[in-house]
Design a protein around this ligand. Sequence first.
Ligand code: NAD
Length: 501
Amino acid sequence: MPTPLTTSNLAGRPVFEGKLLIDGQWVAAADGATLQRKSPAHDQLVAVYAQAGVTDTERAIAAARKAFDKGEWPRMKGADRSKVLRRVADLILERKQAIAEMETLENGKPLAQALAEIEGSADLWQYAATLARNLHGDSYNTLGENTLGVVLRDPIGVVSVITPWNFPFLIVSQKLPFALAAGCTAVVKPSEFTSGTTVMLGQILIDAGVPAGAVNIVVGLGHVVGDVMVSHPEVDMISFTGSTAVGKAAVAKSAATLKKVSMELGGKNPQIVFADCDWDAAVDAAVYGIYFNAGQCCNSGSRILVQESIAEKFAAEVVERSKHVKVGDPLVAGMQVGAITTEKQLHTILAHIDAAKAAGATVALGGAQITGAGMYIEPTVVTGVTSDMAIAREEVFGPVLAMLTFKDLDEAVALANSTLYGLSAAVWSQDFSTCMTAARRIRAGTIWVNTFLEGHAELPFGGYQQSGIGRELGRFATEDYTETKTLQMHLGARTDWYLPR
Ligand code: NAD
């Protein structure tokens, strides 16, 4: 089992200072307020930000509005927007080490993982750059000889981009380049716990040639800054990733001005393991699927559904492998799992473990906080879980695996579909029919077949049910940031309404 941790001393490392990006300028908050961030892995101060209030947020929205209504960005050729987005990607890669370190210090994730995420994010900017040149509408030459119909794609306008703390740079990169590719302007609010890499992105945008006001960044609290961003009449669309509860409240608030919404929310994702699975691959995916990013992942495989005939042996093997997962200082090479990102999340996870015990489940491994500096939780496996227990239905968002069993495919699919979520799922079987039948019947936005947690810019991502509304990524991602406009054109003399004369 993990022993008490010792962590790097960050003394001597400069504290990052971030301001607000409004209309192309880095500025302090109007009231001078600041916000501090400590590393959750080291319990030491790593960043100080200007903290936006209502006035700053309104200024940021006004700048984005002006840049959209009068500025060059929405009016540029797609090819020119594409060039700028490609420059952003190049600069991300040039600065990836510094960005990854910031991500690790604020989020607590292993540095090598952060680096891979920054590289993956650059790929999203590159992919969006290709879409900037391919966004187009449609035409109808089939409406009779006097009529031509043309369908235009117009950028929707000002987009509020609101992101969470678990994949700060990756998630803003799933949204912003696609909104920009479409010709929108934006106000971006990172999580107040992990604002650093979004602020670094702001400087990259300036250096790459994104015009002043096209992207504005406001660091601040959700119920202050976020609240203005989802309710302000000058905002046309909200692109939000976060918890289902906050997402629902944001949609409700936005309804007063009927904004378009794109919501990426929570998940309680099952991995279904059939008796004929590739054993080693399935065990590995069960372990990776729950401990990656310390389980703080909307796509975590937080429920393992195992066929009864192999359940006991499978659980024993998962427990055994979990004992060897390396948890600790994310700046130390070789660590697989870092810190829990926020204190609130730490307590939420521990409360879920206690509730599972009280409901009659067995904590087969772990279950406690690891002592020492920083916030870490032991890899935890909970067995004997039934579908009525909260641990089987609610998002824990931590390194806590709930294991359930099933008899046959029908029961597996019923269990998979038994929560209010529908973000992703995996099916493990060497039988093609089993995989395809399950994949077609599970109600989730992504189904992995004999693999887990893969992602590609080309493939759409999003949830069914209370996991969200809309899809990010994929070739239609830019279309989400557009309005459709119909042009109906009459050719030749028009027939008079007052017939006959
Ligand atoms: P959160 O909902 O607490 O916060 C998300 C963002 O919303 C933050 O920037 C926060 O400041 C802001 N916010 C908070 N209150 C607000 C309000 N009243 N109005 C507007 N904005 C407000 O989520 P979190 O704790 O940062 O992230 C964890 C959650 O995110 C998990 O539930 C996870 O499943 C979800 N998530 C989903 C996906 C996905 O793509 N489906 C990806 C990552 C995370």
